[in-house]
Design a protein around this ligand. Structure first.
Ligand code: APR
Ligand code: PHB
Length: 389
């Protein structure tokens, strides 16, 4: 088989790239290790930056997002019984969209299938070959049968555990990592959200986040120990702990119910450089991971896709490789800033096992500064709605 762009990974990054390229008449094949249902079963964040929202519309998949998503023009930061709002709209003139990653991925799958896009599921043993040559190719197996795709370029959109990043030799690849000494226990429940905006809450007992998907679907998280397992937490224990970590007026208003999903995610900051090796381009989680505080995971994936998409269009339309040549540098410049925001917001709001009284005072002073300082709120808002592409 031959295609112009071979895309490894059918998560949001790979699907969005494939859909955007299709709209410009550029052919691609998406290779996914799992099934569509498996990919859609993963519960992830759901806050879309303005740039991502525009990219979805440009890809022709914005209709359901625009109809069912919720615009959020601010957020709440709480600490103990105190709380304050940060208006995105007042500080940046724009806002974010609450629309779950599951829904967005479903829209992308539907669009690719409606356009007869080439998606191959259950692929095994994917290997990237001759990425440094003019004629790269990808080999894989499905049901024990070997396949080969020849292509011009390869997009490595196969997440943190994929093969693409590992294909870049260690002599070339540099990795930067920080692992945090806690995780997030997340619960999805068919209950109305406790508040109309998200609440990011610092507490003596650890961080908590009140988020949502729609009027009757809420997403809540509490900071937990890395040694915890979701089975250690009954629903009653989860709700009780959440209530102790948010201001009492919200705790009293909280509607609880059975969890329909409960999972623990470790927190990690990770970046690999460069994001290009010959004709292989890394995108999204394959190249970088952020802790979820600030919801930048999906959004950094989207900005990578933006740069790669424009680079590929420039190549196919004008035979100009300038955009592709600048890809790694441009993508990384933005990624590092999102890494900084996610890291600093994590530091601001979590309890660390070895925190001294001094460290706690610093955290408190920083939250107080954010509360009282317009410029600090503007910086927070600019980062939250997303830095320009
Ligand atoms: N071959 C083919 N597909 C693979 C391989 C492989 N060797 N390894 C992994 N995959 C698939 C995974 O099954 C997954 O569906 O690649 C896909 C990668 O998807 P994600 O991990 O979702 O990564 P990405 O598309 O970059 O999405 C960005 O942002 O909100 C965050 O982490 C969250 O998933 C989200 C990410
Ligand atoms: C979520 O709704 O899952 C969510 C929202 C904001 C975050 C992280 C996760 O910062």
């Amino acid at each position: 088989m031959r295609t112009q762009v071979c895309i490894i990974g059918g998560g949001p990054s790979g699907l969005l790239l494939s859909q955007l390229l299709h709209r410009k008449g550029i052919d691609s094949i998406v290779l996914e290790r799992k099934t569509r249902d498996y990919v859609l079963g993963r519960i992830r964040a759901g806050i879309l930056e303005t740039g991502f929202v525009e990219l979805m519309r440009e890809a022709g998949v914005g209709a359901r997002m625009d109809a069912e998503g919720f615009t959020h023009d601010g957020t709440v930061i709480a600490y103990g019984e105190e709380e304050f709002g940060i208006s995105f709209h007042a500080h940046t003139g724009t806002d974010v969209m609450v629309y779950g990653q599951t829904e967005l991925t479903r829209d992308l799958y539907d669009a690719r299938e409606a356009a007869n896009g080439k998606l191959v599921f259950n692929v095994e043993d994917v290997q990237i070959n001759d990425a440094q040559s003019e004629a790269p190719y990808v080999t894989y197996h499905v049901d024990g049968i070997a396949h080969r795709i020849d292509c011009d370029y390869i997009a490595g959109c196969d997440g943190f555990h994929g093969v693409s990043r590992q294909t870049i030799p260690t002599s070339v690849r540099r990795e930067y990592e920080k692992v945090y000494p806690f995780g997030w226990l997340g619960v999805l429940s068919e209950t109305p959200p406790v508040h109309n905006e998200l609440i990011y809450s610092w507490s003596e007992r650890g961080f908590a986040l009140c988020s949502m998907r729609n009027a009757n679907l809420s997403r809540y998280y509490i900071q937990c120990s890395l040694s915890d397992s979701p089975d250690d937490w009954t629903d009653t224990a989860f709700w009780g702990e959440l209530k102790r970590r948010i201001p009492s007026r919200h705790a009293e208003a909280l509607v609880t119910g059975p969890s329909i999903e409960k999972s623990i995610a470790p927190l990690r900051s990770f970046v690999t450089e460069p994001m290009r090796w010959g004709r292989l381009f890394l995108c999204g989680d394959a190249a970088h991971i952020v802790p979820p505080t600030g919801a930048k995971g999906l959004n950094t994936a989207a900005s990578d896709i933006h740069y790669l998409y424009h680079g590929l269009v420039q190549f196919y339309q004008d035979k100009d490789t300038a955009g592709l040549d600048a890809y790694s540098e441009k993508a990384l410049a933005r990624v590092w800033k999102a890494e900084r925001f996610s890291w600093s917001t994590t530091n601001l709001l979590h309890r660390y096992p070895d925190q001294s009284e001094f460290d706690l005072k610093m955290q408190r002073a920083e939250i107080d500064f954010l509360r009282g300082n317009d410029a600090a709120q503007k910086v927070f808002a600019q980062n939250y709605v997303g830095l320009p592409y």
